[in-house]
Design a protein around this ligand. Structure first.
Ligand SMILES: Nc1ncnc2c1ncn2[C@@H]1O[C@H](COP(=O)(O)OP(=O)(O)OP(=O)(O)O)[C@@H](O)[C@H]1O
Ligand SMILES: [Mg+2]
Length: 282
Protein backbone atom coordinates (compact mmCIF):
# COMPACT_ATOMS: atom_id res chain seq x y z
CA UNK A 1 0.00 0.00 0.00
CA UNK A 2 1.40 3.43 -0.88
CA UNK A 3 1.68 6.11 1.75
CA UNK A 4 -1.11 8.03 0.01
CA UNK A 5 -3.43 5.05 0.12
CA UNK A 6 -2.55 4.45 3.76
CA UNK A 7 -3.37 8.05 4.45
CA UNK A 8 -6.79 7.70 2.82
CA UNK A 9 -7.69 4.49 4.62
CA UNK A 10 -6.56 5.70 8.00
CA UNK A 11 -8.12 9.12 7.67
CA UNK A 12 -11.52 7.48 7.48
CA UNK A 13 -10.88 5.28 10.50
CA UNK A 14 -9.06 7.63 12.78
CA UNK A 15 -10.44 9.05 15.98
CA UNK A 16 -10.38 12.78 16.47
CA UNK A 17 -7.78 13.69 19.08
CA UNK A 18 -6.40 17.06 20.12
CA UNK A 19 -3.56 18.18 17.84
CA UNK A 20 -1.51 20.11 20.36
CA UNK A 21 1.98 18.79 21.00
CA UNK A 22 4.24 19.12 24.03
CA UNK A 23 3.78 22.48 25.60
CA UNK A 24 6.70 24.72 24.60
CA UNK A 25 8.56 21.88 22.90
CA UNK A 26 9.09 22.13 19.16
CA UNK A 27 9.13 18.76 17.48
CA UNK A 28 10.97 18.80 14.16
CA UNK A 29 11.19 15.76 11.89
CA UNK A 30 14.33 15.69 9.76
CA UNK A 31 13.09 13.91 6.69
CA UNK A 32 13.86 13.17 3.08
CA UNK A 33 12.99 9.83 1.53
CA UNK A 34 16.20 9.98 -0.47
CA UNK A 35 19.09 8.16 1.18
CA UNK A 36 22.42 9.70 2.11
CA UNK A 37 21.42 13.36 1.81
CA UNK A 38 22.65 14.42 5.26
CA UNK A 39 19.61 13.84 7.52
CA UNK A 40 21.60 12.19 10.30
CA UNK A 41 24.59 14.52 10.00
CA UNK A 42 22.16 17.44 10.25
CA UNK A 43 20.33 15.94 13.25
CA UNK A 44 23.55 15.35 15.17
CA UNK A 45 25.35 18.60 14.41
CA UNK A 46 22.35 20.89 14.54
CA UNK A 47 21.36 19.36 17.89
CA UNK A 48 24.92 19.77 19.18
CA UNK A 49 25.09 23.40 18.06
CA UNK A 50 21.70 24.13 19.65
CA UNK A 51 22.68 22.41 22.91
CA UNK A 52 25.90 24.45 22.94
CA UNK A 53 23.86 27.65 23.16
CA UNK A 54 21.77 26.35 26.06
CA UNK A 55 18.84 24.64 24.34
CA UNK A 56 17.68 21.34 25.78
CA UNK A 57 17.48 18.95 22.83
CA UNK A 58 16.33 15.36 22.34
CA UNK A 59 17.16 13.38 19.21
CA UNK A 60 14.80 10.49 18.47
CA UNK A 61 16.68 8.04 16.26
CA UNK A 62 13.90 6.62 14.14
CA UNK A 63 16.15 4.87 11.63
CA UNK A 64 16.89 1.14 12.06
CA UNK A 65 20.40 1.89 10.76
CA UNK A 66 20.99 3.66 14.09
CA UNK A 67 23.45 6.12 12.58
CA UNK A 68 22.48 8.98 14.87
CA UNK A 69 23.03 6.72 17.90
CA UNK A 70 26.41 5.51 16.61
CA UNK A 71 27.41 9.01 15.54
CA UNK A 72 26.77 10.23 19.10
CA UNK A 73 28.88 7.40 20.49
CA UNK A 74 26.00 5.52 22.13
CA UNK A 75 27.30 2.05 22.81
CA UNK A 76 25.19 -0.92 21.70
CA UNK A 77 25.13 -1.98 25.36
CA UNK A 78 23.52 1.34 26.30
CA UNK A 79 20.67 0.71 23.88
CA UNK A 80 18.67 -1.56 26.18
CA UNK A 81 15.53 0.36 25.40
CA UNK A 82 15.18 1.99 22.03
CA UNK A 83 12.85 3.85 19.72
CA UNK A 84 11.47 0.41 18.78
CA UNK A 85 10.19 -0.11 22.34
CA UNK A 86 8.80 3.40 22.40
CA UNK A 87 6.95 3.10 19.09
CA UNK A 88 5.58 -0.32 20.00
CA UNK A 89 4.45 0.92 23.42
CA UNK A 90 6.79 -1.28 25.48
CA UNK A 91 8.61 1.72 27.01
CA UNK A 92 7.89 5.36 27.68
CA UNK A 93 9.98 8.07 26.09
CA UNK A 94 11.44 8.94 29.46
CA UNK A 95 12.54 5.34 30.07
CA UNK A 96 14.26 5.08 26.69
CA UNK A 97 16.18 8.37 26.86
CA UNK A 98 19.98 8.09 27.11
CA UNK A 99 22.19 11.12 27.81
CA UNK A 100 24.87 11.90 25.21
CA UNK A 101 28.33 13.21 26.00
CA UNK A 102 27.10 16.69 25.14
CA UNK A 103 25.44 18.54 28.04
CA UNK A 104 21.82 19.32 27.16
CA UNK A 105 21.61 16.71 24.39
CA UNK A 106 19.81 13.40 24.97
CA UNK A 107 18.88 10.67 22.54
CA UNK A 108 16.37 7.86 22.22
CA UNK A 109 18.65 5.40 20.42
CA UNK A 110 17.62 2.93 17.80
CA UNK A 111 18.56 -0.66 17.12
CA UNK A 112 18.08 -2.86 14.10
CA UNK A 113 14.86 -4.20 15.74
CA UNK A 114 13.21 -1.08 14.46
CA UNK A 115 13.22 -2.48 10.94
CA UNK A 116 10.54 -4.94 12.07
CA UNK A 117 8.37 -2.10 13.35
CA UNK A 118 7.29 -1.11 9.83
CA UNK A 119 5.46 -4.46 9.63
CA UNK A 120 4.49 -4.83 13.28
CA UNK A 121 2.85 -1.41 13.32
CA UNK A 122 0.40 -2.36 10.60
CA UNK A 123 -1.68 -4.45 13.02
CA UNK A 124 -1.56 -2.03 15.95
CA UNK A 125 -4.24 0.48 16.89
CA UNK A 126 -3.43 4.13 16.09
CA UNK A 127 -0.53 2.91 13.99
CA UNK A 128 0.19 6.34 12.52
CA UNK A 129 -0.24 8.14 15.85
CA UNK A 130 2.17 6.07 17.95
CA UNK A 131 4.83 8.77 18.25
CA UNK A 132 2.30 11.55 18.62
CA UNK A 133 0.73 9.68 21.55
CA UNK A 134 4.18 9.08 23.08
CA UNK A 135 5.09 12.77 22.86
CA UNK A 136 1.76 13.72 24.42
CA UNK A 137 2.68 11.76 27.58
CA UNK A 138 6.11 13.33 27.95
CA UNK A 139 6.52 16.42 30.11
CA UNK A 140 7.91 19.38 28.19
CA UNK A 141 11.47 19.20 29.43
CA UNK A 142 12.98 19.75 26.00
CA UNK A 143 13.09 22.91 23.92
CA UNK A 144 13.46 20.84 20.76
CA UNK A 145 12.90 17.24 19.72
CA UNK A 146 14.63 16.34 16.43
CA UNK A 147 13.47 13.10 14.80
CA UNK A 148 16.05 11.49 12.52
CA UNK A 149 13.90 9.70 9.93
CA UNK A 150 14.86 6.70 7.79
CA UNK A 151 15.27 7.12 4.02
CA UNK A 152 11.75 6.02 3.10
CA UNK A 153 8.18 7.25 3.32
CA UNK A 154 6.93 4.22 5.25
CA UNK A 155 5.07 3.99 8.55
CA UNK A 156 8.04 5.16 10.64
CA UNK A 157 8.41 8.40 8.70
CA UNK A 158 4.64 8.77 8.66
CA UNK A 159 4.62 8.48 12.47
CA UNK A 160 7.33 11.14 12.66
CA UNK A 161 5.42 13.52 10.40
CA UNK A 162 2.17 12.96 12.28
CA UNK A 163 3.91 13.54 15.63
CA UNK A 164 5.92 16.60 14.56
CA UNK A 165 5.15 20.29 14.41
CA UNK A 166 7.38 20.83 11.40
CA UNK A 167 9.72 19.17 8.92
CA UNK A 168 13.29 20.15 8.19
CA UNK A 169 14.41 18.81 4.81
CA UNK A 170 18.10 18.32 4.09
CA UNK A 171 18.58 18.45 0.33
CA UNK A 172 21.66 17.46 -1.58
CA UNK A 173 22.17 19.60 -4.67
CA UNK A 174 22.11 16.96 -7.37
CA UNK A 175 20.17 16.12 -10.48
CA UNK A 176 17.05 14.44 -9.06
CA UNK A 177 16.81 16.61 -5.94
CA UNK A 178 13.85 18.70 -7.09
CA UNK A 179 11.86 15.68 -8.18
CA UNK A 180 12.33 14.06 -4.77
CA UNK A 181 11.48 17.35 -3.06
CA UNK A 182 8.18 17.78 -4.89
CA UNK A 183 7.20 14.20 -3.98
CA UNK A 184 8.00 14.92 -0.33
CA UNK A 185 6.02 18.16 -0.42
CA UNK A 186 2.98 16.37 -1.85
CA UNK A 187 3.25 13.77 0.92
CA UNK A 188 3.49 16.49 3.57
CA UNK A 189 0.36 18.13 2.13
CA UNK A 190 -1.55 14.82 2.33
CA UNK A 191 -0.45 14.27 5.92
CA UNK A 192 -1.46 17.80 6.78
CA UNK A 193 -4.95 17.26 5.38
CA UNK A 194 -5.48 13.76 6.77
CA UNK A 195 -3.60 13.57 10.05
CA UNK A 196 -1.74 16.63 11.23
CA UNK A 197 -3.08 20.06 10.29
CA UNK A 198 -0.28 21.89 12.10
CA UNK A 199 2.51 20.27 10.05
CA UNK A 200 4.65 22.81 8.19
CA UNK A 201 7.92 22.79 6.35
CA UNK A 202 10.26 24.36 8.88
CA UNK A 203 12.94 24.79 6.25
CA UNK A 204 15.11 23.23 3.58
CA UNK A 205 18.84 23.06 4.09
CA UNK A 206 21.20 22.51 1.17
CA UNK A 207 23.79 19.92 2.14
CA UNK A 208 27.08 18.57 0.81
CA UNK A 209 27.32 21.57 -1.45
CA UNK A 210 30.25 21.40 -3.83
CA UNK A 211 31.17 24.84 -5.06
CA UNK A 212 33.33 23.40 -7.85
CA UNK A 213 30.30 21.73 -9.37
CA UNK A 214 28.13 23.98 -11.61
CA UNK A 215 25.17 21.66 -11.15
CA UNK A 216 25.17 22.41 -7.39
CA UNK A 217 24.67 26.12 -8.14
CA UNK A 218 21.95 25.42 -10.66
CA UNK A 219 20.02 23.08 -8.33
CA UNK A 220 20.41 25.54 -5.42
CA UNK A 221 19.01 28.36 -7.58
CA UNK A 222 16.08 26.16 -8.69
CA UNK A 223 15.25 25.14 -5.10
CA UNK A 224 15.37 28.76 -3.95
CA UNK A 225 13.16 29.75 -6.91
CA UNK A 226 10.67 27.03 -5.94
CA UNK A 227 10.57 27.44 -2.14
CA UNK A 228 11.89 30.97 -1.60
CA UNK A 229 12.53 31.88 2.03
CA UNK A 230 11.92 28.36 3.28
CA UNK A 231 15.43 27.57 2.04
CA UNK A 232 18.06 28.42 4.61
CA UNK A 233 20.71 30.97 3.64
CA UNK A 234 23.26 28.73 5.32
CA UNK A 235 24.57 26.08 2.95
CA UNK A 236 26.44 23.04 4.31
CA UNK A 237 29.58 22.45 2.23
CA UNK A 238 30.93 19.04 1.35
CA UNK A 239 33.74 18.59 3.85
CA UNK A 240 35.74 15.45 4.56
CA UNK A 241 35.89 16.16 8.31
CA UNK A 242 32.10 15.73 8.42
CA UNK A 243 32.34 12.21 7.08
CA UNK A 244 35.22 11.27 9.40
CA UNK A 245 33.53 12.33 12.64
CA UNK A 246 30.91 9.53 12.98
CA UNK A 247 33.56 6.81 13.08
CA UNK A 248 34.88 8.48 16.26
CA UNK A 249 31.37 8.50 17.76
CA UNK A 250 31.45 12.28 17.87
CA UNK A 251 29.53 15.09 16.23
CA UNK A 252 31.78 16.92 13.73
CA UNK A 253 31.32 19.91 16.02
CA UNK A 254 33.33 18.11 18.71
CA UNK A 255 35.70 16.32 16.34
CA UNK A 256 36.80 19.53 14.61
CA UNK A 257 34.79 22.58 15.53
CA UNK A 258 36.76 24.80 13.18
CA UNK A 259 36.19 22.87 9.95
CA UNK A 260 33.97 24.46 7.31
CA UNK A 261 31.18 21.91 7.92
CA UNK A 262 31.06 22.56 11.67
CA UNK A 263 31.01 26.31 11.13
CA UNK A 264 28.14 25.88 8.70
CA UNK A 265 26.11 23.89 11.25
CA UNK A 266 26.72 26.56 13.91
CA UNK A 267 25.43 29.12 11.43
CA UNK A 268 22.43 26.90 10.59
CA UNK A 269 21.56 26.56 14.28
CA UNK A 270 21.71 30.32 14.68
CA UNK A 271 19.47 30.84 11.66
CA UNK A 272 17.03 28.13 12.79
CA UNK A 273 16.75 29.53 16.31
CA UNK A 274 16.16 33.01 14.89
CA UNK A 275 13.42 31.62 12.62
CA UNK A 276 11.85 29.76 15.57
CA UNK A 277 11.88 32.90 17.74
CA UNK A 278 10.16 34.84 14.97
CA UNK A 279 7.56 32.07 14.61
CA UNK A 280 6.80 32.09 18.33
CA UNK A 281 6.47 35.86 18.35
CA UNK A 282 4.09 35.87 15.35
N1 LIG B 1 28.75 18.03 4.62
C1 LIG B 1 29.24 16.80 4.40
N2 LIG B 1 30.44 16.62 3.82
C2 LIG B 1 30.95 15.40 3.58
N3 LIG B 1 30.33 14.26 3.89
C3 LIG B 1 29.11 14.36 4.48
C4 LIG B 1 28.51 15.62 4.77
N4 LIG B 1 27.30 15.39 5.34
C5 LIG B 1 27.17 14.06 5.42
N5 LIG B 1 28.25 13.44 4.91
C6 LIG B 1 28.47 11.99 4.79
O1 LIG B 1 27.58 11.51 3.80
C7 LIG B 1 27.02 10.26 4.20
C8 LIG B 1 25.51 10.39 4.28
O2 LIG B 1 25.19 11.33 5.29
P1 LIG B 1 24.05 11.04 6.37
O3 LIG B 1 24.24 9.71 6.98
O4 LIG B 1 23.97 12.21 7.25
O5 LIG B 1 22.80 11.02 5.38
P2 LIG B 1 21.36 10.43 5.69
O6 LIG B 1 20.42 11.21 4.84
O7 LIG B 1 21.09 10.40 7.14
O8 LIG B 1 21.51 8.94 5.14
P3 LIG B 1 20.39 7.78 5.29
O9 LIG B 1 19.34 8.15 4.29
O10 LIG B 1 21.13 6.52 4.95
O11 LIG B 1 19.90 7.82 6.69
C9 LIG B 1 27.66 9.90 5.52
O12 LIG B 1 28.77 9.08 5.28
C10 LIG B 1 28.11 11.25 6.07
O13 LIG B 1 29.22 11.14 6.94
MG1 LIG C 1 20.45 8.79 8.34
Amino acid sequence: MSIDEKADVEAQAREARPTTSLLNTRIIAIANQKGGVGKTTTAINLATAMAAVGQKVLIVDLDPQGNASTGLGIDRAARKLSSYDVVLGAATLREAVVPSAIPGLDIVPSTVDLSAAELELIDLPRRTFRLKDVFAQCPGVYDFVLIDCPPALGLLTLNALVGADAVLVPLQCEFFALEGLSHLIRTIERIKINFNPRLEIQGVVLTMFDKRNNLSDQVAADVRGYLGEKVYQTVIPRNVRMSEAPSFGKPALLYDHRCAGSEAYISLARELLRRETELRAA
